[in-house]
Design a protein around this ligand. Structure first.
Ligand SMILES: [Zn+2]
Ligand SMILES: [Zn+2]
Length: 426
C-alpha cells in the first residue's frame, strides 16, 4: 500500500474575485431578502407586476447606451448578430414592451424587476451589478411621477432609512435640448482648461450637459454661472416639469431643483435623484426619470416612459451604513444533536419527519462534542434540542431537552413528533 495519491491542482492558488464585482455573504443576502420582500409587497399595492429579461441581448438593442467612457461588454460571434451584456435593465424591458404596443397602441404597463447587468466602467474594469427598478411604459398620467416617488419614499422608510432629499431637474427633449447644448458649448469654450479629461470629451462630443454630473470639484465650479436649462425648455417640457412639481406638492413631498442632476444618457425631460443622509453623508439611493425617446429609437411608436433604478450594491451599502439589519425569518424551532454515526443516520429520518410536520429543524453537520452542539442549539435560538446518543439510536429513543431550562426527558422515537408539537403549541 503506497501513499494515497493527491489530485493535481488546476491552479496553484485560487484566483481572487474580479474587481468591479462583489459576493453576497449570507448576512448580506438576508438584508437583500428583507429589502426585496418590501419591494414585492409595495409593488403589488401600487399595481406593479414583476418581469424578468435576460442578461445577454442582441447588442443593437443598446444603441442608446452612449455614456462616454463606459463600454458595452460585447461578445463577437462568427455567425449572427453581436451579443452584449445588458448595461442597464431598461433596454430589455423596452424590447419586452414593443410587441405589446403593437397589439394595443395605448397599452400601459407597470413593471418592477431585478437583473444582472455588466459593462466596462470608466477605469476599464468589468463592472457587474444587480440592478432593480420600476418602469412604466405607455401614456402615463401627469401624477405618475409623484405616485412613483410616493412608492419609493414608502419603501425606503419601511426599510428603516430616513432623512431623504429629492433632487429634481428637467433635461429637455429632442426639441429644446439641442439649443441648450449649443448655449453650453459657447459657455464652456473658454473654460476648457478647468475641465477634467472626461468633461473635455463630453464637450468635444457636443454633450456638455454631462459636465454638470461630474463630481470633480474644478468641473463643478465651472458650472456656477452656466446658463440654466429652465430658461431653454420648450412649452411641453416646461408644462411637464410644472405638473410633476404640482403632484409632489399635492403629496407634500419636498424637493430641490438641482441642475447637477441629469439622469441617465437616455433620460429626457424630468429627472430625479433620491438621496438619503446617512452618517453625515449624502447617499444617492437611485435615479429616475422619463425616457420618452427610447421606444421610438427601437422602432416603436412614440411612447412615454417613466422609471427608477438602483442597484443591490447601493442598497446593501445604505443598509450597512445605517446599521439596519433584518432578522432571519425561518428560525429553527428544533435543534438535532446526533452523537456518533448510527445516531446521525437516525437523525436523518427524524429531520424528514419534523419537516413533514412543518417543524423547522436545524442540525450541526460535522464531528463535535455534545457540549459544543448544545451551545450551538442555544445560539440557534431553538427552544428544543433532540439528542440521540449511541444508546438511544440502538434502543429507538430520543432525549428531549428544553434548551432554556436544561430539563431533559426520554421519549420513544415514535412519540417524539407529538411531544415536540405539544411543546411548540401546535
Ligand atoms: Zn422640450
Ligand atoms: Zn469633469
Amino acid at each position: 500500500m503506497g501513499r494515497p495519491k493527491k489530485p493535481t491542482p488546476n491552479v496553484e492558488k485560487a484566483p481572487h474575485r474580479l474587481p468591479g464585482s462583489f459576493d453576497l455573504g449570507q448576512d448580506q443576502f438576508m438584508s437583500w431578502e428583507g429589502f426585496w420582500e418590501k419591494v414585492v409587497a409595495l409593488s403589488r399595492t401600487f399595481g406593479f407586476s414583476q418581469v424578468q429579461t435576460p442578461m445577454f441581448e442582441d447588442s443593437r438593442l443598446f444603441g442608446f447606451w452612449s455614456k462616454v467612457g463606459c463600454q458595452l461588454l460585447n461578445f463577437l460571434q462568427t455567425k449572427g448578430p453581436s451579443i452584449a451584456a445588458a448595461p442597464a435593465g431598461i433596454f430589455g424591458l423596452a424590447r419586452l414592451y414593443l410587441p405589446l404596443q403593437e397589439q394595443e397602441p395605448i397599452k400601459v404597463v407597470k413593471w418592477y424587476y431585478d437583473m444582472l447587468v455588466a459593462c466596462w466602467d470608466e477605469k476599464n474594469e468589468l463592472k457587474q451589478n444587480r440592478e432593480f427598478g420600476f418602469q412604466i411604459f405607455g401614456p402615463v398620467a401627469p401624477v405618475s411621477d409623484a405616485q412613483l416617488l410616493n412608492l419609493l419614499l414608502r419603501l425606503f422608510t419601511e426599510v428603516g432609512l430616513s432623512n431623504f432629499s429629492l433632487e429634481v431637474n428637467n433635461v429637455g427633449c429632442v426639441e429644446c435640448q439641442p439649443n441648450y447644448q449649443d448655449q453650453l458649448k459657447i459657455y464652456f469654450k473658454d473654460k476648457k482648461y478647468d475641465l477634467c479629461e472626461n468633461c473635455l470629451i463630453y464637450l468635444e462630443a457636443g454633450n456638455p450637459l454631462q459636465i454638470f454630473a461630474c463630481k470633480n470639484l474644478a468641473c463643478s465650479t465651472t458650472t456656477t454661472d452656466a446658463p440654466v436649462i429652465v430658461d431653454y425648455l420648450c412649452e411641453t417640457c416646461r408644462a411637464q416639469l410644472i405638473s410633476v412639481l404640482e403632484g409632489l406638492d399635492e403629496l407634500a413631498i419636498s424637493y430641490n431643483l438641482n441642475p447637477h442632476v441629469i439622469g441617465r444618457p437616455w433620460n429626457r425631460r424630468t429627472v430625479f435623484e433620491l438621496r438619503c443622509r446617512i452618517a453625515d453623508q449624502d447617499f444617492v439611493l437611485g435615479t429616475g426619470g422619463h425616457s420618452d425617446e427610447l421606444i421610438q429609437s427601437l422602432g416603436g411608436a412614440a411612447c412615454p416612459a417613466l422609471g427608477f433604478d438602483s442597484t443591490q450594491e447601493v442598497i446593501l451599502k445604505a443598509l450597512e451604513l445605517a446599521q439596519i439589519k433584518f432578522a432571519a425569518k425561518h428560525r429553527a424551532e428544533v435543534f438535532l444533536v446526533p452523537l456518533g454515526e448510527l445516531a446521525a443516520k437516525k437523525s436523518l429520518k427524524l429531520f424528514t419527519e419534523l419537516w413533514n410536520h412543518d417543524i423547522i429543524a436545524s442540525e450541526f453537520s460535522g464531528p463535535s462534542s455534545i457540549k459544543m452542539q448544545l451551545k450551538l442549539a442555544e445560539s440557534s435560538k431553538a427552544s428544543i434540542a433532540l439528542i440521540i446518543g449511541h444508546k438511544e439510536a440502538r434502543e429507538g429513543t430520543v432525549i428531549l431537552r428544553d434548551v432554556r431550562s436544561g430539563m431533559q426527558e426520554l421519549f420513544v422515537i415514535d412519540r417524539i413528533i407529538d411531544e415536540v408539537k405539544k411543546r411548540l403549541g401546535r
